[in-house]
Design a protein around this ligand. Structure first.
Ligand SMILES: [Zn+2]
Length: 176
Protein backbone atom coordinates (compact mmCIF):
# COMPACT_ATOMS: atom_id res chain seq x y z
CA UNK A 1 0.00 0.00 0.00
CA UNK A 2 2.86 2.32 0.87
CA UNK A 3 4.32 1.86 -2.61
CA UNK A 4 0.94 2.45 -4.25
CA UNK A 5 0.38 5.73 -2.42
CA UNK A 6 3.92 7.02 -3.03
CA UNK A 7 3.79 6.18 -6.72
CA UNK A 8 0.30 7.61 -7.29
CA UNK A 9 0.59 10.74 -5.13
CA UNK A 10 4.14 12.11 -5.37
CA UNK A 11 5.36 14.06 -8.40
CA UNK A 12 8.54 13.13 -10.25
CA UNK A 13 9.21 10.88 -13.21
CA UNK A 14 7.38 7.76 -14.29
CA UNK A 15 8.41 5.31 -17.00
CA UNK A 16 10.37 7.89 -18.96
CA UNK A 17 8.01 10.85 -18.60
CA UNK A 18 7.46 13.64 -16.09
CA UNK A 19 4.72 12.64 -13.67
CA UNK A 20 2.30 14.73 -11.67
CA UNK A 21 -0.38 13.04 -9.57
CA UNK A 22 -3.64 12.71 -11.49
CA UNK A 23 -6.37 15.18 -10.61
CA UNK A 24 -8.63 14.99 -8.78
CA UNK A 25 -6.43 13.61 -6.04
CA UNK A 26 -9.29 11.87 -4.24
CA UNK A 27 -9.86 9.65 -7.30
CA UNK A 28 -6.13 8.95 -7.62
CA UNK A 29 -5.88 8.02 -3.94
CA UNK A 30 -8.99 5.86 -4.09
CA UNK A 31 -7.74 4.01 -7.18
CA UNK A 32 -4.41 3.30 -5.47
CA UNK A 33 -6.16 2.01 -2.34
CA UNK A 34 -8.58 -0.19 -4.27
CA UNK A 35 -5.75 -1.91 -6.13
CA UNK A 36 -4.99 -3.56 -2.80
CA UNK A 37 -8.34 -3.24 -0.97
CA UNK A 38 -11.10 -3.53 -3.59
CA UNK A 39 -13.77 -2.54 -1.05
CA UNK A 40 -11.98 0.55 0.22
CA UNK A 41 -14.65 3.24 0.80
CA UNK A 42 -12.62 5.91 -0.98
CA UNK A 43 -11.02 9.21 0.00
CA UNK A 44 -12.61 12.63 0.23
CA UNK A 45 -10.71 15.57 -1.29
CA UNK A 46 -9.33 16.81 2.08
CA UNK A 47 -8.34 13.25 3.04
CA UNK A 48 -6.58 12.80 -0.30
CA UNK A 49 -4.70 16.11 0.03
CA UNK A 50 -3.50 15.04 3.47
CA UNK A 51 -2.59 11.59 2.14
CA UNK A 52 -0.50 13.16 -0.63
CA UNK A 53 1.50 14.97 2.05
CA UNK A 54 1.95 11.71 3.94
CA UNK A 55 3.06 10.03 0.68
CA UNK A 56 5.70 12.74 0.19
CA UNK A 57 7.09 11.99 3.64
CA UNK A 58 7.03 8.23 3.01
CA UNK A 59 8.89 8.82 -0.24
CA UNK A 60 11.79 10.37 1.73
CA UNK A 61 12.42 6.94 3.27
CA UNK A 62 12.82 5.27 -0.15
CA UNK A 63 15.05 8.09 -1.42
CA UNK A 64 17.25 7.89 1.66
CA UNK A 65 17.65 4.11 1.29
CA UNK A 66 18.45 4.60 -2.39
CA UNK A 67 21.23 7.00 -1.34
CA UNK A 68 22.52 4.51 1.20
CA UNK A 69 21.50 6.89 4.01
CA UNK A 70 20.07 4.23 6.32
CA UNK A 71 20.26 6.44 9.41
CA UNK A 72 18.24 9.16 7.69
CA UNK A 73 15.66 6.61 6.57
CA UNK A 74 15.30 5.27 10.10
CA UNK A 75 14.96 8.77 11.56
CA UNK A 76 12.27 9.62 9.02
CA UNK A 77 10.32 6.45 9.84
CA UNK A 78 10.49 7.26 13.55
CA UNK A 79 9.20 10.78 12.89
CA UNK A 80 6.29 9.36 10.91
CA UNK A 81 5.49 6.87 13.68
CA UNK A 82 5.48 9.68 16.26
CA UNK A 83 3.50 12.14 14.17
CA UNK A 84 0.82 9.58 13.32
CA UNK A 85 0.72 8.08 16.78
CA UNK A 86 1.26 4.60 15.37
CA UNK A 87 0.70 1.77 17.81
CA UNK A 88 -0.52 -1.80 17.44
CA UNK A 89 -4.12 -2.55 18.34
CA UNK A 90 -6.28 -5.57 17.62
CA UNK A 91 -9.53 -4.58 15.99
CA UNK A 92 -12.60 -6.42 14.75
CA UNK A 93 -15.11 -4.83 12.41
CA UNK A 94 -17.22 -5.40 9.30
CA UNK A 95 -17.52 -9.12 10.01
CA UNK A 96 -13.76 -9.63 9.74
CA UNK A 97 -11.80 -11.69 12.28
CA UNK A 98 -9.56 -9.90 14.79
CA UNK A 99 -6.72 -8.21 12.96
CA UNK A 100 -3.94 -5.79 13.70
CA UNK A 101 -4.30 -2.05 13.14
CA UNK A 102 -1.58 0.49 13.78
CA UNK A 103 -3.61 3.60 14.52
CA UNK A 104 -5.76 4.80 17.36
CA UNK A 105 -9.45 5.61 17.00
CA UNK A 106 -10.55 9.03 15.84
CA UNK A 107 -7.74 9.94 13.46
CA UNK A 108 -8.23 11.07 9.90
CA UNK A 109 -8.19 8.41 7.19
CA UNK A 110 -4.91 9.80 5.83
CA UNK A 111 -3.41 9.88 9.32
CA UNK A 112 -4.42 6.27 9.88
CA UNK A 113 -2.74 5.28 6.63
CA UNK A 114 0.33 7.25 7.65
CA UNK A 115 0.52 5.18 10.82
CA UNK A 116 0.04 1.90 8.94
CA UNK A 117 2.55 2.70 6.20
CA UNK A 118 5.15 4.02 8.66
CA UNK A 119 4.80 0.80 10.69
CA UNK A 120 5.18 -1.33 7.55
CA UNK A 121 8.36 0.56 6.60
CA UNK A 122 9.66 0.21 10.17
CA UNK A 123 9.18 -3.55 10.00
CA UNK A 124 11.09 -3.77 6.72
CA UNK A 125 13.86 -1.37 7.81
CA UNK A 126 14.31 -3.24 11.07
CA UNK A 127 14.70 -6.59 9.33
CA UNK A 128 17.35 -8.33 7.25
CA UNK A 129 15.38 -7.14 4.22
CA UNK A 130 16.03 -3.44 4.79
CA UNK A 131 17.77 -3.17 1.42
CA UNK A 132 14.58 -4.26 -0.34
CA UNK A 133 13.17 -0.73 -0.52
CA UNK A 134 14.12 0.72 -3.87
CA UNK A 135 13.76 3.50 -6.41
CA UNK A 136 13.48 2.50 -10.07
CA UNK A 137 16.88 2.52 -11.84
CA UNK A 138 15.45 2.99 -15.35
CA UNK A 139 16.22 6.33 -17.04
CA UNK A 140 13.72 9.08 -16.21
CA UNK A 141 11.83 7.13 -13.59
CA UNK A 142 11.76 7.57 -9.83
CA UNK A 143 8.81 5.40 -8.88
CA UNK A 144 9.47 3.20 -5.85
CA UNK A 145 9.12 -0.51 -5.12
CA UNK A 146 9.56 -3.12 -2.43
CA UNK A 147 11.56 -6.05 -3.72
CA UNK A 148 9.86 -9.27 -2.66
CA UNK A 149 11.74 -11.47 -5.11
CA UNK A 150 13.57 -14.46 -3.67
CA UNK A 151 17.02 -13.21 -4.68
CA UNK A 152 16.45 -9.52 -4.01
CA UNK A 153 17.61 -8.54 -7.48
CA UNK A 154 14.77 -6.24 -8.48
CA UNK A 155 15.86 -2.90 -9.99
CA UNK A 156 12.75 -1.51 -11.67
CA UNK A 157 9.36 -0.20 -10.59
CA UNK A 158 7.52 -2.20 -13.25
CA UNK A 159 7.92 -4.57 -16.16
CA UNK A 160 7.34 -1.51 -18.38
CA UNK A 161 10.58 0.05 -17.13
CA UNK A 162 12.41 -3.28 -17.24
CA UNK A 163 11.40 -3.68 -20.89
CA UNK A 164 12.40 -0.09 -21.71
CA UNK A 165 15.89 -0.74 -20.43
CA UNK A 166 16.14 -4.13 -22.16
CA UNK A 167 15.01 -2.67 -25.47
CA UNK A 168 17.51 0.19 -25.21
CA UNK A 169 20.34 -2.25 -24.46
CA UNK A 170 19.28 -4.44 -27.38
CA UNK A 171 19.25 -1.45 -29.75
CA UNK A 172 22.66 -0.32 -28.49
CA UNK A 173 24.08 -3.78 -29.21
CA UNK A 174 22.42 -3.91 -32.63
CA UNK A 175 24.06 -0.62 -33.63
CA UNK A 176 27.56 -1.96 -33.00
ZN1 LIG B 1 10.34 2.81 -13.42
Amino acid sequence: MTVGFVNALTPGMRRGKPFTPHEPLDAAATTAAREVYPRHPGFTAPDAAELAEVAGRLRVVFDAMDDGAVDDAAAQVNRLIDDHNARPRLDRHDGEPWHLHFHGPGGTMAGDWGASCATALAIVLGSEFSDRLGVCTAPSCDRVYVDVSRNGTRRFCSTACQNRVKTAAFRARARK
